[in-house]
Design a binder for this molecule. Structure first.
Ligand SMILES: C[S@@+](CC[C@H](N)C(=O)[O-])C[C@H]1O[C@@H](n2cnc3c(N)ncnc32)[C@H](O)[C@@H]1O
Length: 345
């Protein structure tokens, strides 16, 4: 691995450890546009796993790459275990077919703080990590091939590829996903946002959640942009919000209010750069990349050859997932037959 990528991994690991608690609050359980997108991912996966459970005779291993705070462990853990305590996800039902066929929900993430949150959430829901629910600390790029005795379904969701160390990391992820499922004839799915929708979705999203990863670089002034302050947006900006101003309350690290109603404003030139490149950066060195549909198509062809399947998530749900794309590796055609069966894709 080149030094630049190794340094970026080291740096990003620190950033994710630092923002874990805020991420959980403001993103996983927070921004309505993100929650909408996550729901589309969850519904798609529910149907896919039930389809595979009914049609395949191998046990299924769901592998969540960049599993973060265990959203999917909680979701599917609740479906496959009759839990005694109250579930955090009240809308999730126990599913006997999945309980029988989904043998393991396996997750990997390089942030120990994210994994700690995942363990705590599982414990609160009455679900304990064990052979069926595993959480590993490690790199998304070091995945080993799975054995043919199981059917691996490897997923990398909610723009995780976009935060995996830029194009060099993205390429490593394509290779790792192929490696992990290829010989077992499994499926790999990357779900991420499209650069084409940066203006409509990303600007407001990152502004609304600037207490997670820092002040976006296109917002001025920089008075409170250092890690010595936490700035909280007064309200969410939803998709399409054109307002170039943002009102925040500023706190110091002890939680004391430093400035009430501090005004931030978009710099039009920097905003244009972000729209054109999809390169989103904050003053705290957080980096997220929204890749174009075209670039993902090219990477898919390069790394996965003819076994790639690519579609816009608007084909799954145009209302909730306008800005996303799924890039899938499907060497044995299992996903294709599911898509034909359920979505005419
Ligand atoms: C946007 S969050 C997504 C969390 C989760 N997939 C979900 O759907 O809720 C991205 C996660 O990827 C992890 N991550 C980023 N780069 C990674 C890498 N190279 N290896 C392992 N984990 C990584 C971060 O720590 C973070 O938890």
């Amino acid at each position: 691995m080149n030094t630049e990528l190794a340094e970026k991994i080291f740096n990003d690991q620190q950033i994710w450890d630092d923002c874990a608690v805020h991420y959980e609050h403001q993103i996983v359980d927070g921004h309505p546009d993100i929650r909408n997108y996550e729901q589309v991912e969850e519904r798609f996966l529910d149907q896919l796993l039930l389809y595979l459970a009914a049609k395949q005779n191998r046990p299924i291993k769901l592998m969540d790459i960049g599993c973060g705070s265990g959203r999917l462990h909680l979701w599917y853990g609740t479906m496959i275990k009759e839990i005694t305590q109250q579930s955090l996800f009240k809308e999730v039902d126990y599913k006997p077919l999945l309980a029988e066929r989904l043998k393991e929900i396996w997750g990997i993430d390089f942030s120990e703080k994210m994994l700690q949150l995942a363990r705590r959430k599982l414990a609160q829901a009455g679900l304990k990590p064990g052979p069926q629910l595993t959480l590993r600390r490690g790199s998304a790029f070091d995945l080993k091939p799975e054995s043919e005795t199981i059917l691996p379904v490897a997923i990398c969701l909610v723009n995780s590829i976009g935060v995996m160390q830029g194009p060099a990391g993205a390429r490593k992820l394509f290779e790792a996903l192929r490696r992990v499922v290829e010989s077992a004839g499994g499926i790999a799915i990357i779900s991420c946002f499209q650069q084409e929708y940066v203006e409509k979705y990303a600007l407001g999203q990152y502004e609304s959640t600037l207490d997670v990863s820092g002040q976006p670089r296109w917002l001025k002034p920089e008075t409170y942009a250092s890690p010595r302050f936490v700035q909280k947006a007064r309200k969410y900006k939803l998709a399409g919000d054109q307002n170039d101003q943002l009102l925040v309350d500023v706190f110091d690290l002890t939680g004391m209010l430093v400035n009430k109603g501090h005004k931030l404003k978009r710099d039009p030139k920097l905003v244009q750069q972000v729209i054109q490149t999809g390169d989103i950066r904050t003053f705290q060195d957080y980096h997220s990349q929204w890749y174009s549909y075209e670039l993902m198509e090219e990477w898919m062809r390069t790394h996965w050859d003819k076994s790639g399947v690519h579609f816009r998530t608007s084909e799954l749900d145009s209302e909730k997932a306008e800005h996303g794309q799924f890039i899938c590796y499907d060497p044995s055609g299992l996903l294709k037959s599911f898509l034909n069966h359920n979505y005419s894709i």
